[in-house]
Design a protein. Structure first.
Length: 218
């Protein structure tokens, strides 16, 4: 029997290699830090991953079986806990990024200061973020360029200032994308949405992690 060697010493251990864990691992590794990520898995391959809705949703191919890993919740501290049967918390190497839609909109500057914008809402603990959009902006740009996000800078009327445009041009318009004047507030936009209800809310070419041109071989 072969003896397993002791694992090498490491500087950082990351639990869970999802969107945040994997991004942190990348940045730390690039800075020369030794990183190990412990991931519950599994590591989905082509053979065990696809669009089979029964397997993915009813047989928990993509997220934890709620009987084995129950997700419980309660509204107040004194309530009985309840178990949620539908629990799309990703469980695999890559976490949510393996099966997300890939929409990558930025928060708007006001999203960071909702308490200031809407004031005191009874029954809530609404608070402003401790950081501002401007402080986060360089990191949004870094992520967009790392992912190869497609989009149209400035198309979202509520978007904050950006230091750089999108790395890839926007996706083509859908068939109804040319409908004029659908933008609330009279943006007069003649551009359409990527899909879904955003069309009625604020039609513009949604930013998406679907590269519209070759991006780092992807
Ligand atoms: C169906 C769906 C669609 C989505 N679409 C979008 C979208 O279009 N745009 C967008 O911005 N966001 C989207 N999201 C949300 C996005 O995927 C999450 O916000 C993001 O993945 C969260 O990142 P995270 O690193 O916090 O967690 P996760 O990505 O969930 O990563 C957590 C990781 O921890 C692992 N783990 C769990 N328990 C353990 C343990 N005990 N030990 C070791 N590892 C463990 C898991 O396997 C997983 O890999 C979507 C989410 C879902 C479910």
């Amino acid at each position: 029997m072969a003896y397993k060697t002791k694992p090498q010493k490491t500087d950082v251990v990351i639990i869970g290699a999802g969107a945040s864990g994997a991004a942190a691992a990348k940045v730390l590794c690039e800075a020369g830090v030794k990183v190990v990520a412990l991931e519950k898995g599994p590591w989905r391959k082509k053979e065990s991953f696809g669009g089979d809705e029964l397997a993915n949703i009813n047989r928990y191919n993509l997220w934890p079986d709620p009987i084995l890993n129950p997700r419980t919740w309660r509204e107040t501290e004194t309530d009985e806990t309840r178990s949620e049967m539908f629990c799309p918390v990703p469980q695999m190497v890559g976490g949510g990024t393996v099966h997300w839609q890939g929409w990558l909109p930025r928060f708007t500057p006001n999203d960071f200061r909702l308490r200031t914008v809407v004031g005191d809402l009874p029954g809530t603990t609404l608070a402003d973020w401790p950081i501002t959009y401007d402080e986060l902006e360089p990191y949004y740009t870094r992520v967009e360029w790392a992912f190869g996000v497609s989009g149209q800078a400035g198309a979202n009327a509520a978007e904050g200032p950006r230091s750089k445009g999108y790395p890839c041009p926007p996706l083509p318009l859908p068939p109804l994308g040319g409908w004029p004047g659908f933008r609330p507030g009279g943006g007069g936009g003649s551009v359409g949405p990527l899909c879904g209800w955003w069309f009625f809310w604020d039609p513009y070419r949604w930013c998406c992690r679907r590269s519209t041109r070759n991006w780092c071989g992807r």
